[in-house]
Design a protein around this ligand. Structure first.
Ligand code: SAH
Ligand code: SF4
Length: 357
């Protein structure tokens, strides 16, 4: 197995887009079907060493290992499976940064919630990741490595996977690496089963719109109007809600796809029937579905923030539906680990930064 704390600066093949892997290998791996074999080990199997590539000669493997690396994050801890089977993983990165990912089995399918940054600078006041402050961008290898590690440990086939960028960080502030990781993922997972969630970084959404093949888009709306959104998502001052919605209306969508509007439900703050009507008006026009996420409390978060009662959640969802907006409620059994996707802290020992705002 590759050790994460390597001192040599070999190029990590998981950091390269698939086309660049082929050209990086070409001078060292002949003939071309051998390149395809290496790619198969990387993309279909997700191996973390050249040693595992049993259909390559010993010399070829040693030669490749001298030039390239296949390192990805090491799982340092994992929680006991919750009632719903979900497991939270804590990974250590090469520089000691910690990130989390969540494995969520759901019948015949499995959803993996990935981190894109080791922290988050956006500073939403209801989010534990935001509370702990900014962290660095993850490399493509660190992003796709989360998938391979969990997949191997849990024995999940690529075909059964859904991937959501809803762990730590703001994917649209790490656009380039996220885009490369999507190209890599696409070798084994259809982008129809990949969702990128953003706090509404308009330039990032516009970059994503330009990609030839795009994942599903989810946007954290979280409040029915600009004033309230500014209160809990300071980023709204930079990217106003109206402009965000306008950019989402321009976003190219394939037939049958929608944009998911995530909406964290805070008791007595944004969960009334009137709020549902305002939200429905904001999202009118049919290209949005709402994913209502009951707030998950945490000691690090403001104490006024409370999860609504089940009855209030149902009332809100029904009101949205009456206004013609499709809605799903993310129901987690109690405050299970799956509920934690989207509020990962990555570090448990100490507080890194003061809360924003
Ligand atoms: N930065 C991206 C992706 C990570 S957050 C984004 O903001 O979209 C993923 C989701 O988790 C977001 O929709 C966010 O609103 C939600 N979330 C964050 N903290 C939460 C909490 N305490 N309770 C419920 N949902 C939360
Ligand atoms: Fe960052 Fe998303 Fe949390 Fe906001 S909700 S602080 S953007 S991770």
């Amino acid at each position: 197995m590759e050790r994460p704390h390597t001192t040599t600066r070999r190029v990590n093949l998981y950091d390269l887009a698939p086309g660049d892997v082929a050209s990086a290998l070409a001078p060292f791996v002949a003939p071309s079907f051998r390149i395809r074999q290496v790619q198969e080990w990387i993309y279909a199997r997700g191996v973390d060493s050249f040693e595992s590539m049993s259909n390559l000669s010993r010399e070829a493997r040693a030669d490749l290992a001298a030039r390239f690396s296949l390192a990805f994050p090491v799982a340092r801890e994992r929680t006991e499976p919750a009632h719903d089977g979900s497991v939270k993983y804590l990974f250590t990165l090469e520089d000691g940064a910690l990130i989390e990912a969540v494995y969520m089995p759901m019948g015949s399918r499995t959803t993996l919630c990935l981190s894109s940054q080791a922290g988050c600078a956006v500073g939403c006041t209801f989010c534990v990741t935001g509370f702990f402050g900014a962290g660095r961008n993850l490399t493509p290898a660190e992003i796709v490595g989360q998938i391979h590690r969990v997949r191997h440990e849990q024995g999940v086939a690529n075909e059964a996977l859904n991937v959501v960028f809803m762990g730590m960080g703001e994917p649209m502030l790490n656009f380039e690496h996220v885009a490369t990781s999507l190209e890599i993922m696409e070798q084994s997972i259809s982008l129809k089963r990949v969702t990128v969630s953003t706090a509404g970084i308009i330039p990032g959404i516009e970059e994503l719109a330009k990609l030839e093949r795009r994942p599903n888009l989810a946007v954290s709306i979280n409040a029915p109007d600009r004033e309230r959104r500014e209160e809990i998502m300071p980023i709204t001052k930079k990217y106003p809600l109206e402009e965000l919605i306008a950019s989402l209306r321009r976003f190219p969508l394939e037939t049958g796809r929608d944009i998911t509007a995530e909406y964290v439900l805070l008791a007595g703050w944004n969960d009334s029937v009137a709020d549902a009507a305002t939200l429905a008006k904001l999202l009118r026009g049919g290209r949005f579905k709402v994913n209502a996420i009951p707030f998950n409390p945490d000691p690090a978060l403001p104490s006024w923030m409370k999860r609504p009662t089940d009855a209030a959640i149902d009332r809100f969802a029904s009101a949205l539906m009456r206004h013609g907006v499709p809605v799903t409620v993310r129901r987690s059994k109690g405050n299970e680990i799956a509920a934690a996707c989207g509020q990962l802290r990555g570090r448990t020992e100490r507080r890194r930064a003061a809360p924003k705002g």
